[in-house]
Design a protein around this ligand. Sequence first.
Ligand SMILES: [Zn+2]
Length: 571
Amino acid sequence: MRKLVGTMVVGCCLGAAVLCGTASGAGIVTHAWMADDARAYVEHPALRALLDANRAQLRSGAVYPDSGYVVSNRPGGDYGEEAHWPRFVEGYVARIRARTDCGDLQSPTGPCAPEIAHLLGAAAHGMGDESWDWLMEPASVDHGETYAPASASSIFGTGGTEAQMDMIAIGRHHRPTSPVPPLPSIPDLLGAYADIGRPDVLAQPQVEGNAFSGGQLSAERALAALHAGPVAAAMPWSATHMIVGPGGVRWAAKAIAGSFDSIWGRLLGAPIPARVANVHPAEGQVGLPTTGWTHDVGPGTRTGAATTRIVAALSDSPPFRRVTTDATPIPALPAGAMTLAQVGPGDSETVVPARSGFPRLVPYGPDAGEHLLDLQPASDLEPCTTYRVRVTANLVDAAGAPFVPKTWTFRTGTGAGGAACPDDPPLTEELDPLSAPYEEIAEPHVDPPVVDPPLVVPPVVDPPVTKPPKTDPPVVCRTTSVRVAVRVPRGATKVAVTSRVSGGRAVKLRIEKGSVTVPLSRTGKKTKVTLTARVSRRTRTATRTLPSCTTKTKATSLVVTAPKAKKKGKR
Ligand SMILES: [Zn+2]
């Protein structure tokens, strides 16, 4: 959008976006949606088949014009505005037609089919902006709806609703945000720009701009996760009418399809007559307001008064300046190109005078071509009255050929709200498909992961726990055992010898040949040796404490003696 230049810095530091800090247009998800939906309305089956087979490039073309705003300050990067309009589209058409390697242009799998889809996507963008700016955004104003939180003022302003409705397109309608493919033919794009007087446009900025679009799509997905719900809450009418509302996705898609058919005809060298591709108010619409028709009308969110605009979307632009350097004045619209009449009894007609300056091409200016023709009456309309609009063969396209005449009617209701007349059919307001209730994003996240270098965390090294080593007491001698003689009286039973190093456990020793081998402490401790024996029905013990490192082996013995006999009966 030209009017949005500089108003939206997409959260480019989110996700995989590139070129941080640059400004961008908005609404690219909605643009891609409009172009994709237009496939259903084209009249040429071969064209539809080609678009069906090349949707990625169709979508890429639909985001291409806004990519130029991102790089407009770079040398050779000022192509965004130009890429929006029929002058560029015609240059692009001529370049594809001049190719000798395309084979059958109608082949959905032909070598030039992706480029044709890209061309049509770019054309769809321009028509989409015209539709949205002239009808949808003013309708948001009419409903008093904005979403411009201070915390995200760099993303959501009050100058448009594209970024806001992209949140709905992603969050509610699950429109894709996957990256776009590379530009199909840089040489043809450069050639097209050169042909229309823009040899200043270079290749590299286009490549970078296209790459940025992929990053912006990813960023918008991230933003939608945060903002889709708040946008739906702040802009309920817009959020539920971005498809079916005037200038919305469906309206634009039908208008775009008309331009697709015309471009297709020129591409094949068989132009078809230009026609009216869509209208507002809709054919047969009832309940139009009687007042508000003299309200100022302008593009975007400046004026409102969307309902009281009489608009024809043209499949082809009326005359425009085909080369930027051509100073030839653009001819004025022919008299009677678009008329309004009040229908009376017997289908009689009374001409309704047009406001000064109308009909005229809108929203911006005819210099590079545009598609919307608007007529405003000089005064408000009568209640419950049928009006007939005509786009006549007086209107000619850029080649000077007359338009196919188009006639349609609408009917007013009563008052400013267009309340129903007694003989009106019952009105049912159409809401967007899938419009309620609001659903969180269900589409799996398909953006490539942002791969940061692995975070290197130095290992946490605890200082070593310094326990004093468990050292044995120093060895002070080499002697390990000593032989101790064991003497017990004849008839003794339960003879046992134990030894216990001081502070340790008692160990039973084996008696061999009247002696035991007592292990001794080598670390300075004493060893106690105990002999027990049952003698004369009494337990007798003898002990001996041995020093460590003893060498007194010969002098060591344990002796148990028999108790002295006692007199019988004195127990
Ligand atoms: Zn745009």
